[in-house]
Design a protein. Structure first.
Lengths: 134, 426
């Protein structure tokens, strides 16, 4: 089963750059995930100040540029890991080198067979294939 | 809502490989190392539900294993024969062992894990024992989990693992990574073991399920580990590519009611794009390392050929035949020849396919493969395409009696009906 580990933090100045030490620790952690064969993907995100939020009312989209004052926690990075259980995902998250105002949320990724039959039928004809396969 | 036993299982899955590798570096015997690690696990199972999971469970387990190692040394059970030079003074030994274990855990290096893998996959062991040991020592699976995966009673699996460890110990198999030519010979065994584990999940040989994802995932995990440990070996990346590409079709291989769906009938929108991409990347990596024409790379290239086709009709069968020809140059395997016959049938028509299949059957001779259900199953298909319906249905009926997999039986029965229908309207 696959899980997404979302790394969030409470607040940070827009241009905060992590220390070399913090980066080294995180690299070590990422390598451990890789060596264990569980890491499928990982990415870090630009801060919310550079992002935009699109909300919808009556089918109409409204765009708000970041930063977002009301946001309590924001996602800064994510990992996708393949593990045997929810507990294992939690154990990996516990090993991440995080600082005090950071959190990791662990969520299982839906696989198609997890959905009921009618939902599985709905995306029929939806082309998941794209230029990825050259 | 969190069950401490499940947490311990998860900790074990994460820590056990390093733990066993670290102890084995000192004891030079993976059987002893595994027992000590197991003892530590048992202690954890007793204490953690009461005291909670410790801050650093890996270090905790190592400490517990160390305590057990010293205890058993005190009783003189361990190391006595293996390391006569240190069997002089008990006190000194204990210190030395404790220090060595301490240092070892602090610096488990990839080499230790590699040694563990090479030892578990040692050709001295029967293949099924290699598979069991690999899943146990490197995959972090419990004996019960392995037994379930292979539909074997837990007791049988336990004995298989016990015997394997005994064999390694009695043969004084050194705890080391082979080098030179030996490395490549031994690597073949490692790759074979991983691929067999994958196939056990991908084409369940018996039972009701068509694929068992968990065991496929375990093989993929082992494959990714190997790619990290042996980054310069093209075939390691090629095997990973092959497994990723095959596994990417998992969701499409099963119909709404769990029935098997063949490649040509699959809803290709269900193929996992991210996984295909990982497979393609791994294959490119193998090619860059100069291994494009090797065994697993060719198989992965064939899989990639299928993945590139947007519909079954767009499959480049001619190209696939060429890849199979190259594969036949490497190994005159009846299985490869069988698959080649399918490709020839598609590329050049059923009559040419039948000729190729005859050649494959000749290769199989009276080996166990002669009893492989895909031989009559493919023959039945080709005969049907040639309009020879009576012979076709005989072949399919023969195939049905030759497989134990219920899903596969259903699939064949379905095909039998089609042939009968076609025969009626002919």
């Amino acid at each position: 089963m696959r899980f997404m580990m979302m790394k969030g933090y409470e607040s940070a100045a827009p241009d905060t750059v992590p220390s070399a030490e913090a980066v080294a620790k995180m690299t070590e952690y990422n390598k451990a995930l890789q060596r264990a064969g569980v890491l499928l993907a990982l990415d870090g995100l630009f801060p919310p100040s550079t992002g935009a939020r699109i909300s919808y009312t009556d089918g109409k989209a409204t765009v708000t540029d970041g930063p977002f004052a009301e946001a309590k926690e924001v996602i800064g990075a994510y990992w996708i890991i393949q593990v045997r259980s929810r507990e294992e995902a939690i154990e990996w998250a516990k090993r991440a080198p995080m600082s005090d105002n950071e959190v990791i949320e662990v969520r299982q990724i839906h696989e198609m067979p997890d959905f009921p039959e009618d939902v599985q039928k709905a995306p029929e004809g939806f082309e998941r294939r794209n230029a990825a396969v050259k | 809502m969190r069950d401490v036993h499940k947490t311990i299982e998860a900790v074990w899955k994460i820590e056990s490989t390093r733990l066993i590798a670290a102890i084995a570096r000192v004891t030079r015997d993976i059987g002893v190392a595994e027992e000590l690690a197991q003892d530590a696990l048992v202690t954890a199972l007793e204490l953690w539900p009461e005291e909670g999971v410790p801050e650093n469970p890996g270090a905790w387990l190592m400490k517990a294993a160390k305590r057990r190692a010293i205890d058993s040394l005190r009783r003189g059970h361990m190391l006595a024969q293996k390391h006569e030079e240190i069997a002089r003074e008990l006190e000194w030994q204990q210190h030395r062992l404790a220090d060595a274990l301490e240092r070892s855990m602090d610096q488990v290096i990839d080499d230790d894990i590699l040694r563990l893998i090479f030892t578990a996959c040692h050709p001295i062991l029967p293949v099924e024992a290699r598979i069991a040991l690999t899943l146990r020592l490197i995959g972090g699976l419990t004996t019960a989990e392995i037994a379930r995966a292979f539909f074997v009673p837990e007791k049988t699996m336990g004995q298989r693992i016990f015997r394997a460890k005994k064999t390694l110990s009695e043969a004084h198999v050194p705890f080391e990574t082979p080098c030179g030519d030996e490395l490549h010979r031994r690597m073949e065994s490692v790759l074979l073991v991983v691929y067999l584990i994958f196939n056990e999940g991908y084409t369940a040989t018996s039972g009701e399920e068509w694929t068992r994802t968990a065991i496929c995932d375990d093989a993929l995990r082992l494959g990714r580990m190997l790619a990290q440990l042996l980054p310069g070996e093209s075939e390691v990346h090629a095997l990973l590519a092959l497994m990723e590409l095959q596994a990417s079709r998992a969701a499409a291989r099963r119909g709404r009611n769990g029935e098997a769906v063949l490649l040509s009938d699959q809803d290709r929108s269900l193929w996992d794009l991210a996984q295909i991409q990982r497979g393609v990347t791994a294959l490119e990596h193998a090619r860059r390392l100069g291994g494009g024409a090797k065994h697993y790379a060719l198989q992965a290239a064939i899989a990639a050929c299928h993945m590139r086709a947007r519909t079954a009709e767009e499959t480049e069968w001619e190209r696939i035949v060429l890849l199979y020809d190259a594969l036949m140059q490497i190994s005159q395997s009846p299985l490869v020849a069988l698959n080649r016959a399918v490709a020839v049938g598609e590329a050049q028509g059923p009559a040419a396919g039948l000729d190729a299949l005859d050649a494959a059957a000749r290769l199989a001779g009276d080996s166990v493969l002669a009893g492989y259900h895909l031989f009559p199953s493919v023959r039945g298909d080709l005969l049907m395409k040639l309009g020879r319906f009576t012979e076709a249905s005989e072949e399919i009926q023969r195939a049905i009696t030759m497989t134990k997999n219920l899903r596969e039986q259903e699939l064949l029965t379905e095909r039998l009906k089609k042939i009968e229908k076609a025969a009626l309207s002919a």
